[in-house]
Ligand binder design. Structure first.
Ligand SMILES: CC(C)(COP(=O)(O)OP(=O)(O)OC[C@H]1O[C@@H](n2cnc3c(N)ncnc32)[C@H](O)[C@@H]1OP(=O)(O)O)[C@@H](O)C(=O)NCCC(=O)NCCS
Length: 469
């Protein structure tokens, strides 16, 4: 007999499935942070905009009309339809207690539509294995073309940075479409990315072969299953993957190719299961015809073990009828290169990807671990006066760093290094090297200090940020 209650219950929607991802255990070591929605707007930016006849306000994402106007302004700013933000982004933003801020022009004919937008939320940034700091994630920075070059972007960005610093966030971050805008606010390119194109016929394979050797298996799965597996593998492993952000449930819908905008791309998904029956990796991909050859485009590939990583790449690179494999947002130091018999089968283009801005030097540098004991005095120049000053960084024999802000008359027995906040933000993860920035004239330090800093700040594992936001 059917249960009348269950027969009338609506089928779970994709949104329900995404919301259910929230119940996964949080990554270990996740710090607490004040939700962005509770952080007050910066007064100085409010004053600066008011003096130009403009208003600076938060937008309630639950208000349909106000939210729609905000998205309309984003579309205008980016000169393209961003209607996709109307769907998934809103529920993500509400789930994250994020905040939307708009600048309004009361004299405009449509005064309720913002002339500038910015959206922010809190997440965790993995600096080193097991070391996560609260990060103020920034997105949808736009200014209407009718209101450009009046200092609106500057007021909004400075406002976000001061607000986030005041709320105790250690860093702010953004993945940029325009790379030349953010250095002036103290952001620096931190973790880069590569777009890969691999010629399958040429590549060959010298990596592990776990499937052939009976240590695991590969099976096709539905995209909804891939979404859950990606979310759960990410939660399990992210704390050990420097460069990544701890993320939010809405990410996995896009990673699994379930975004409504992507529906026509025909995504498929495959999982790797180890010999104990545990899912250890997932790849989501699509296949397209290009120049008479089929190309396999990897949408996301996440593996929790070397075997899973090797098996999923090998699956893509030995796929029948495929000439080329492409993948974006791969690490600058991606292990798959060392699995190819012919490394020249892989061509890549490199670009800046994650830009980070330190908001609290002591909290950011004190949170990560280092590879060599020693000490240095950092004289940090911050043109926005959010976190500059003199700091003594001391690393003990276990690699634990401690940072002490120095008074003007303190003269500890340690080499002095002069560095701007943008450069220090680039150096924080260890992808950019102190010696390189010194050679570029962007850091003032002697050779002994830079040699130690290069070893001390070296990343513990290849850095990667596998998402854009
Ligand atoms: C980029 C954008 C946000 C700038 O807004 P804006 O209000 O005109 O900027 P401001 O007047 O506050 O100018 C801030 C500074 O950035 C500089 N700047 C502005 N737009 C720039 C651009 N596209 N490239 C490089 N620098 C830029 C200005 O010269 C100014 O420099 P200064 O303060 O050192 O003198 C705006 O042009 C825009 O919405 N562009 C389209 C969307 C976009 O590209 N968003 C960024 C996504 S990463």
């Amino acid at each position: 007999m059917t249960n009348p209650a269950s027969s009338t219950a609506p089928a779970p929607t994709l949104e329900d499935a995404i919301a259910a991802l929230d119940a996964l255990p949080a990554p270990h070591g996740l710090p607490a942070w004040t939700p962005a929605a509770e952080v007050p707007l910066d007064r100085a930016s409010g004053e600066a905009l008011r003096s130009r006849g403009l208003e600076y306000r938060t937008i309630d994402a639950r208000d349909d009309a106000a939210y729609e106007r905000f998205v309309q302004a984003i579309s205008r700013g980016f000169l393209e339809d961003r209607a996709e933000h109307l769907v998934g982004w809103r529920s993500t933003l509400l789930q994250l207690d994020g905040r939307l801020v708009g600048v309004f022009d009361p004299a405009a004919p449509h005064a309720e539509t913002p002339v500038a937008t910015i959206g922010t939320w809190g997440t965790g940034l993995v600096l080193d294995p097991g070391c996560i700091v609260p990060m103020w994630a920034i997105s949808v920075v736009t200014v209407s073309s009718t209101h450009r070059r009046r200092g609106i972007a500057r007021a909004m960005l400075e406002g976000e940075l001061r607000a986030a610093a005041g709320a105790g966030y250690a860093v702010a971050g953004l993945t940029v479409s325009e790379a030349t805008i953010y250095g002036r606010y103290g952001f620096g390119p931190s973790v880069g990315a590569r777009q890969f194109t691999i010629d399958n016929r040429r590549a060959g394979w010298v990596g592990p072969r776990p499937v052939e050797e009976g240590r695991g298996r590969i099976d096709p799965i539905e995209r909804e299953e891939a979404m859950r597996a990606l979310a759960s593998l990410h939660a399990e492993t992210v704390a050990e993957r420097p460069g990544e952000v701890t993320g939010w449930p809405g990410l996995w819908r896009d990673a699994a190719g379930l975004h409504p905008e992507e529906e026509e791309k025909g995504f498929r998904a495959v999982q790797y299961t180890d010999d104990e029956g545990r899912v250890r990796g997932v790849v989501v991909y699509s296949i397209k015809e290009a120049d008479g050859k089929a190309a396999l485009r990897i949408q996301s590939l996440l593996a929790a073990s070397t075997d899973a990583y090797a098996a999923l790449w090998r699956f893509a690179l030995t796929h029948d009828l495929i000439g080329t494999v492409t993948a974006n947002l791969r690490s600058l130091d991606e292990p798959v290169r060392w699995m190819l018999e012919d490394q020249r089968a892989l061509t890549s283009t490199e670009h800046d990807h994650h830009w980070v801005r330190i908001l609290d030097v002591a909290a950011a540098l004190g949170a990560r671990r280092y590879r060599a004991a020693g000490s240095v005095v950092l004289e940090v120049e911050d043109p926005l006066a959010i976190t500059g000053g003199r700091f003594l960084l001391t690393v003990d024999d276990e690699g634990t760093g401690s940072v002490q802000q120095l008074s003007a008359d303190a003269a500890p027995d340690a080499a002095v290094v002069q560095v701007g906040i943008s450069e220090l933000s680039s150096l924080l993860h260890g992808e950019a090297r102190w010696g390189t920035l010194a050679a570029a004239g962007r850091v003032m330090a002697d050779a002994t200090a830079t040699a130690w800093l290069d070893v001390a700040f070296a990343p513990a594992a290849p850095l990667q940020l596998s998402i854009g936001y």
